[in-house]
Design a protein around this ligand. Structure first.
Ligand SMILES: Cc1cc2nc3c(=O)[nH]c(=O)nc-3n(C[C@H](O)[C@H](O)[C@H](O)COP(=O)(O)O)c2cc1C
Length: 379
């Protein structure tokens, strides 16, 4: 196929897939465009890089079914608050119930305003969701992994290991296989909390939490880093301190101290990409990175990928008013994937072909590879 044919077939695919996106679109992309979208999250192979970040959109089996049917690559379950065997939660302030979410414009992008925090149903309910997630994962339908917020002590105080023990072991038991795949959330509301006033305290958490979790079970661990209320240098220091994780999710939303809410939008992606852009801003090989923050186009996926992210996790883009998506039919998940992959100007295919034309991405054995975008930089 000649290069000049691509825009035509892409425009056609974009149009016809508005009505129905084929579930195995990665195979179609490989056949027609000779583009291999294979990606990785937590060292697991994925058919493409797009997943759903933890939140209100991964609270139940129905949501996972819709995501699996649409062909989403992975989903991170809503964050559960750790507890000990007696049910005590040191981070109980995060287990609050709040249902109302507002999707608002923020600059030229979107943000979701919501005062809720972690999982607010029982831990047993969460374990049931984790068992179902294992079934989705084992069948290859959708990689779905749990997320936890554990106790974080003040400097000089010990970690409450009983919470780490009870919660990690119960999740490992519910997950069908060893290792347990797990995300540890350091949330934006935590960044806004007095607990996060001290840099040394945050760095201690990032250094010590991986070993606290790993002492309880065989865990492959992603740590989702917050945007702390300090400068870019500190953000980078946090990444170094967290090197005991297998994967870092970079970086959760910003915190508006005046309004007391977390927010996203272009301010979030600007800050995240700026930090990842620093020459020593990211590890050469490990931990691997998964990008999050204001991703609403294939072009933004590529921006995160060229800074080392081998997968991406979106939340806000799944919540836009339906008329904002170019697709006219299908689930929200299908409409999101359609826009991110097939948009003829800013979709992932278009941007990878653009980089080929600019000589910044090269074919191997006739194919362009998504993972070649995130090959480690030589510094
Ligand atoms: C309403 C809402 C709830 C969220 N809840 C969680 C959560 O429980 N745990 C977590 O790790 N991230 C949570 N997030 C963060 C998202 O997973 C995501 O990383 C972040 O919003 C940045 O991506 P986005 O700009 O695509 O929304 C939440 C985000 C929103 C908007």
């Amino acid at each position: 196929m000649r290069n000049s044919d691509f825009p035509v077939s892409l425009a056609n695919d974009f149009e016809r897939f508005k009505r129905e996106l084929p579930r195995d679109f990665p195979a179609h992309v490989r056949d027609v465009y000779r583009i291999n979208l294979a990606a990785r999250y937590l060292d697991e192979p994925l058919p493409h890089p797009i997943g759903k970040g933890s939140g209100q959109l991964s609270l139940n089996v129905g949501q996972l079914e819709t995501d699996a049917e649409a062909g989403l690559a992975f989903a991170v379950l809503k964050t559960v608050i750790a507890q000990d065997a007696a049910g005590a939660q040191s981070m109980a302030a995060w287990a609050i119930h709040e249902s109302k979410m507002n999707v608002e414009r923020r600059g030229d992008s979107w943000t979701v305003t919501w005062k809720g925090r972690g999982w607010d149903r029982s831990f047993d309910d969460y374990l049931a969701l984790v068992r179902a997630s294992w079934d989705f994962t084992a069948s290859g339908a959708l990689l779905a992994v749990p997320s936890v917020k554990y106790h974080l002590p003040r400097l000089g105080e010990p970690f409450r290991d009983e919470e780490y023990a009870f919660t990690t072991r119960a999740l490992a038991h519910a997950w069908g296989q060893s290792p347990l795949l797990l995300e540890k959330d350091f949330s934006p509301t935590l960044a806004g909390d007095r607990l996060s006033d001290e840099k040394a305290q945050i760095l201690r958490w990032l250094r010590e939490v991986p070993q606290r979790i790993r002492a309880q079970a065989n865990v492959r661990l992603a740590m989702k880093l917050m945007n702390a209320r300090f400068d870019d240098d500190f953000q980078q220091e946090m990444m170094h301190a967290a090197s005991g994780a297998d994967t870092l999710v970079v970086f959760n939303r910003l915190f508006d101290v005046e309004r007391g809410v977390a927010y996203g939008g272009s301010e979030l992606s600007t800050r995240n990409l700026r930090v990842l852009d620093r020459p020593s801003g990211r590890p050469a090989v490990r931990p691997s990175l998964s990008g999050t923050g204001n991703i609403h186009s294939g072009r933004l996926i590529v921006e995160y990928a060229i800074r080392g992210c081998s997968s991406v996790q979106l939340h806000t883009f799944f919540q836009l008013p339906l008329e904002e998506y170019p697709a006219t039919e299908g689930s929200r998940t299908q409409r999101v994937l359609h826009a991110l992959i097939f948009d003829p100007r800013d979709g992932l295919i278009a941007v990878m072909l653009e980089r080929e034309r600019a000589n910044t991405l090269h074919r191997r054995n006739g194919e362009l590879h998504f993972l070649d975008l995130c090959a480690p930089r030589v510094n």
